[in-house]
Design a protein around this ligand. Structure first.
Ligand code: PLP
Length: 358
């Protein structure tokens, strides 16, 4: 199956065993003589899948009982609008941390609904760090942050300083490390990094907070409608939910979130150590805020970038070209990427340095 070392940032990398089970389910699901793609989402078999997936989310992230687990559609980008549509009432203010490209997109959407205050921004240094000091306004209806900045390669490791209800876009690091759900009033994440195929969006929200949502909003944008209909107000993304269930079962087998976190720490440590050692490359993010999921780095001499991409590709390494705004390289180390792939990349960097200096 996975012959390439895939460091791509998306849409989704999954363990081979999950891909194989998913492929089989497309042909004949559980020996039923039906594909998972054609079975009714109202069937007891599929309702069981939704329930099991919700329970796995609860178990893996220790979600307290007074929180709801919802499966929505429209990706994290729809959440950028759905959050303020539900909670940013006229005359109220929402606070946003501006930590990069996706935070800015969230801010743009929120401004359509009410007053937005950017309480801190790292734009002054091209988003290479996480601002830790900010105007912590208790009067804001919520404070919005992005736990992992997929493009800029920075990650928030401490959520304890928020005074307003905290809403977090965890699209690119959910299930990669332990979190305390109690720190947040609402978490959302597009599935397609560590959870499953694109098409579903995970929302974990405190019920008490959901009850404060505005009353007059379209049903498809109302969290409570999904909560009250077991995430099946309309036809859900059946295949994405099913594959997410398989993937979360795989994660459980890996020792759960704490087991995978240990491996993710080791993968990131190995790669950052090589970036810091290798004379041809340097990291772009401040050391204290370096992301464990998306490692961004540049070549000291821009001219070698294309050469290194080719050198790496010859060794089966794909997906390391940096995003256009940052340039250079970005190696995404999502859960399904094995340590052995990071070793291949690190060795390639070292051999490239040797070949370059000979
Ligand atoms: N937020 C973050 C942190 C992301 O990494 C992404 C996509 O990569 C998005 C939001 C947008 O997600 P979607 O494509 O599901 O709308």
């Amino acid at each position: 199956m996975h012959k390439k070392h895939n460091f791509g940032a998306g849409p989704c990398i999954l363990p081979s065993s999950v891909m194989e089970q998913a492929a089989q389910a497309v042909i004949n699901w559980g020996g039923m003589g039906l594909s998972i793609l054609e079975v009714s989402h109202r069937s007891p078999e599929f309702e069981d899948v939704v329930l099991k997936t919700q329970l796995l989310v609860r178990e893996l992230l220790s979600v307290p009982d007074h929180y709801s687990v919802l499966f929505l559609q429209g990706g994290a980008s729809t959440q950028f609008a759905m959050v303020p549509m539900n909670f940013l009432n006229a005359g109220k203010k929402a606070a946003y941390l501006d930590t990069g490209y996706f935070a800015q997109k969230a801010i743009k959407e929120a401004r359509l609904f009410g007053e937005v205050e950017i309480v801190a921004s790292s734009k002054d240094k091209d988003y290479a760090y996480i601002p830790v000091e900010f105007n912590n306004d208790k009067k804001a209806v919520y404070l919005h942050c992005t736990s992992n900045n997929t493009i800029e390669g920075t990650e928030i490791f401490d959520f304890s300083t928020a005074d307003a209800p905290l809403i977090c876009d965890m699209s690119s690091d959910i299930f990669s490390r332990k979190i305390d759900v109690n720190d947040f009033d609402l978490i959302y994440a597009g599935a397609q990094k560590n959870m499953g195929p694109a098409g579903m969006t995970l929302v974990i929200a405190k019920n008490e907070f959901l009850n404060q949502a505005k009353k007059e909003i379209p049903s498809m944008m109302d969290y409570r409608v999904f909560r009250d209909n077991m995430s099946m107000y309309n036809t859900p993304p059946v295949f994405s939910i099913y594959v997410a269930m398989l993937n979360l079962l795989w994660l459980k087998d890996q020792g759960g979130v704490s087991g995978i976190e240990e491996r993710n720490i080791e993968k990131a440590r190995l790669l950052y150590a090589e970036i810091d050692r290798n004379s041809l490359f340097y990291g772009t993010a401040d050391v204290a805020h370096r992301s464990r999921m998306n490692v961004t780095f540049l070549a000291v001499n821009k001219d070698v970038e294309a050469e290194f991409l080719k050198f790496a590709a010859d060794q089966g390494i794909v997906g390391i070209k940096g995003y256009r705004t940052v340039g250079g390289f970005r190696a995404s180390l999502y859960n399904a990427l094995p340590l052995s792939s990071v070793e291949v990349l690190v060795n390639a960097m070292a051999s490239f340095e040797k070949a370059y200096s000979d």
